[in-house]
Design a protein around this ligand. Sequence first.
Ligand code: C5P
Length: 224
Amino acid sequence: FQPKVLAGKRILITAGPTFEAIDPVRGITNLSSGKMGYAVARAAREAGAEVVLISGPTALATPHGVQRINVQSAQQMHDAVMAAVDAQHVFIAVAAVADWRVANASDQKMKKKDDGSVPDLKFEQNPDILATVAARTSLAGYPYCVGFAAESENLLAFGAAKREKKGIPLLVGNIGHHTFGQDDNTIILFDENGHTILPRADKLTLARQLISEVSKRLDKYSLF
Ligand code: C5P
């Protein structure tokens, strides 16, 4: 039984990887399965929130009662988030967004060259969706922003620093770097008071705990 701690709240969540096209049939992506973001969406819905899930390509079913918007690239994810963010009380960025996109992607399928020469791919940086929403929040006062971080070392130091750098009230750190695609996880919550470890559990259990922690903080958050 989940208490409806988020009844009447609107929550926007990003999940999954992004896919950055090289040409119409090729692209660059990462190993995010989307499981954690989908679990957070499910837990938020169970807690009574209206949930919009903006998802990169995944093989997962949409959680019951959740509105899902499918995107491929980081730019599309950014645009979908910006179009939806106005009405939201909470934004939880779980997606593993590609840091770079291919600047010279080809409109046509690239041909393999007989002389063995290879494509000269150029990259440009993608927008940081979470930092963009967080900067906006500092003016509007909402949504309450939650970020995720997957660091392979020194998570305690990096997590606190990343929370500050992104300008967000709550950052969720994944312990270790074997979490992509796994069903279990250990997470650390970083907020203005320090950190709290949530011991290893399946992603849905952790997602429910995270939603409960978010709802407690929302109660104290200004403008709610
Ligand atoms: O800076 P880093 O990629 O480690 O930050 C991870 C957090 O920022 C995650 O919450 C992720 O969803 C979010 N992020 C984003 N847009 C990006 C890169 C990361 O929203 N371009």
